[in-house]
Each structure stands twice: as structure tokens, then as C-alpha cells.
Write a protein that binds this ligand. Structure first.
Ligand SMILES: [Zn+2]
Length: 396
């Protein structure tokens, strides 16, 4: 029976054109959108023109700073609505000398397409657009609407991108796929971040008479060496243990002065379930108090500068089931449930909009942000065909 759902999904998967997947991906990579360092306008224009070719009428939603996100609907506008989110920005390519080939050309070497954003995440966007093209060509979309959210500014926390879409009331779909590279596994949780600034205060003195002062750098050193003690004994089944990293340090005023100040930015990654900033901060203060027992002159303040929630999606939703079946049918292997150690825009759908969500995309985070970033072309096409199956099933 040709209209049996899995056969329909298979037919749409077969309608994906591998050349189109590569062409879309290459044209997106060539439209440079480094963040920091540029805007997403060129990449948004490429996406708009591809989406117009699919019969959509895309709109560009700009943040107050003018950064563009593309929103486009494919279908009759009726329910259900399935969101597919991807970010248009990429991290800077760095020096071209560190790349074996042009980071903006998308050349294929040994079966891998090379370029900044090939994995994170212009490859997944190209795959999703090619899957939408296959859906349109095969004419099986019998109900509902596929909604693309191609967002600005994910790499620097999404403030000008998906967050803006949420604030403007555009995150109201019935399910969502965030296409971050997951090696075609099902991403169901991600860690959040608590960024602290620790400031050690000392007392300045002549550098030849250090005993007359209190050295703020020495105080900070004592604190930093015991930093792992601030971590709670938690282990999340998908995201693992929380971490802490001393990221940026400044201190001192001159080579011959005892420093009276030293400041360190600390990156504490939080697990799903860690929701109270004061509870995360408390062990830092306890560590300072403990150090003061042996070093009464030590004085360190720890202030929370920024907090980003962790997120955890329900594994028991229709979109997760459909995604699992689609990847299994396409690749022959049932995908595992995995967690992301980093932060993605999925948190806006999961935490703010409370939409059933899965993170799923071709490509690997192990090569994202590196010089020579690349994606396996077979995996890229398998990603497009998996998306095609999901779209056909959810909207068929
Ligand atoms: Zn990404």
C-alpha cells in the first residue's frame, strides 16, 4: 500500500536530492556570518531565496540591534505546526593558514565537506531545506505546517536570535527539532551556565617590602587551586557532571607593586535540575570562608554575572518517537538519547515555550569550532533523509 505512513515517509526520503543537500550547504557556507565579527544578513538572504523557491513567503525578524532571523512556513498554515530551528551564525574561521582548504568554499575531501559551519550548523540547515524541498516535490504534506526558524546569534547566547523570536510570540509550535549536530543521536538535555566574577582584594605595598601588603594574586591563587571543591556531587544521566573553569584573569598594576586586586571570570556549567543561582554560588563563599581560617587577610567576593538555564526535554513525546523511528529507518540503527555539554537555542523551546523538543542533526560537535571543520557527506544526506521522514510523518 503506497499510502501507508512509513512507505510515504520512505518515498519522501528517497526524493531528497544529495546534490541539492550539498549545493544548499555550500551556498550557506559561502555566505559568511562570523559571530563575533559580522552579521547574518548574507546567510539570511541565501536561506530566503531557497525558501522562496519552495513556495514559502519568508519574513526576516530583526532584533533591536538589527540582527536577522528568517521565519518561513511551508504548508496550509493549519495545525499541527512543526518548528525546525537552526542558527545562521558561525564562530570565526580564524586564520585561513590554519585550514587545509578555503573555509568558505565547501570543498569535498575524502567524502567530507570542509568549511566553517559545515557541521555547526549550515550543513544541518542545508539538510533540512533539502528535506523540505523533497516534501514539497512529493506532495505528501496532507495537513499542518513546517515552520523554519533560522536564527541569528546562537554562538553568543542567542540574545539577538531565537530569544527575539520567543519575545515576539513566534515560538508557539506543537513540536520542535533543533538541528544542532548530534551525530544523528537524540539530544534530550543540555547543561546551562553560571558565569561568576571573583574579585580578590589585597593591600598595595612597595614590591621590595611585600610583607607590608596583602597580595591579591596570591589570595586568588589559593582560591583557584581549590576551585573543583565548589562542584556538587551530581551526575546527570545524559549531561554528566557539572564542571568549573577559571577562564579569564586580570590583576596587579606594576612589576614593583604588591597587587591589591585580582579578578577572574569563572565558567561554572550547571546540570539540568540546578535552578537556584544562590545554591550554586554558596560553595564558592564556603570555600572563601574555609581559606580565611588559615589566611585571615584573604578577601574574595564572588558575584554572579550571568545565568543561563539548563534544559531537559521529555523523552516521552510524539516528536521524539517519530524522530527515533525516522533515524532508525534511515540508518538501520536506533539512535541513542544523548545530552549536550554546551548551551543551545533548544532551551527557549523547552523552558520558555514548553514545546516538545528534540535536538537532532548530522555532524559532530567534536569538529565544530575547529580549524578544518567538516561533515561527512553521507551523514549529511542521511540527516536530510531522516528530516524528510520526520516531516512526512508529522505532517502527513
Ligand atoms: Zn551550533
Amino acid at each position: 500500500m503506497v499510502d501507508e505512513p512509513s512507505n510515504l515517509a520512505g518515498a519522501v526520503a528517497d526524493a531528497v536530492d544529495p546534490d541539492e543537500v550539498v549545493t544548499f550547504t555550500r551556498s550557506l557556507i559561502a555566505a559568511r556570518s562570523e559571530n563575533p565579527g559580522g552579521t547574518e544578513d548574507a546567510a539570511a538572504d541565501v536561506a530566503v531565496s531557497i525558501l522562496r523557491g519552495l513556495g514559502a513567503d519568508p519574513t526576516i525578524v530583526r532584533s533591536d540591534a538589527g540582527r536577522p532571523s528568517v521565519v518561513a512556513a511551508i504548508g496550509d498554515g493549519g495545525r499541527p505546526h512543526l518548528a525546525w530551528n537552526g542558527h545562521l551564525d558561525v564562530v570565526p574561521a580564524g586564520s585561513p593558514d590554519t585550514w587545509a582548504s578555503d573555509p568558505w568554499a565547501g570543498a569535498i575531501h575524502d567524502g567530507r565537506l570542509v568549511g566553517r559551519g559545515s557541521a555547526d550548523m549550515k550543513g544541518p540547515i542545508g539538510a533540512a531545506l533539502a528535506a523540505a524541498a523533497a516534501l514539497v516535490r512529493s506532495g505528501v504534506q496532507r495537513r499542518g505546517t513546517l515552520v523554519f526558524h533560522l536564527a541569528a546569534d546562537e554562538e553568543l547566547a542567542g540574545i539577538h536570535g531565537t530569544k527575539v523570536l520567543w519575545e515576539r510570540g513566534l515560538l508557539d509550535q506543537d513540536a520542535c527539532i533543533v538541528g544542532e549536530p548530534s551525530e544523528l543521536q537524540l539530544g534530550l538535555a543540555e547543561r546551562g551556565g553560571a558565569w561568576f566574577t571573583a574579585t580578590a582584594y589585597g593591600r598595595a605595598a612597595h614590591g621590595s617590602q611585600p610583607h607590608r601588603g596583602v597580595n591579591a594574586i596570591t589570595s586568588m591563587a589559593r582560591f583557584l587551586l581549590r576551585l573543583p571543591e565548589v562542584l556538587p556531587d551530581l551526575e546527570h544521566p545524559l549531561t554528566g557532571r557539572p564542571t568549573v573553569n577559571a577562564a579569564l584573569i586580570t590583576g596587579g598594576s606594576a612589576p614593583n607593586v604588591v597587587p591589591d586586586r585580582c579578578q577572574v571570570d569563572i565558567d561554572r556549567r550547571i546540570s539540568p535540575g540546578e535552578t537556584d543561582p544562590e545554591q550554586v554560588r554558596a560553595p564558592f563563599l564556603a570555600l572563601v570562608a574555609d581559606l580565611q581560617r588559615d589566611h585571615p587577610d584573604l578577601e574574595i567576593d564572588v558575584e554572579l554575572r550571568e545565568w543561563t538555564d539548563a534544559a531537559e526535554a521529555s523523552p516521552d513525546t510524539e516528536i521524539v518517537r517519530i524522530a527515533r523511528d525516522a533515524v532508525a529507518a534511515q540508518t538501520g540503527t536506533s539512535p541513542a538519547s544523548v545530552g549536550f555539554t554546551g548551551i543551545t537555542d533548544a532551551r527557549f523551546y523547552i523552558n520558555q515555550a514548553e514545546i516538545p523538543t528534540v535536538i537532532l542533526g548530522p555532524g559532530s560537535l567534536t569538529v565544530a569550532h575547529t580549524a578544518g571543520e567538516s561533515i561527512d557527506v553521507d551523514e549529511l544526506v542521511a540527516g536530510a533523509r531522516s528530516y524528510a521522514r520526520i516531516f512526512a510523518t508529522f505532517l502527513g
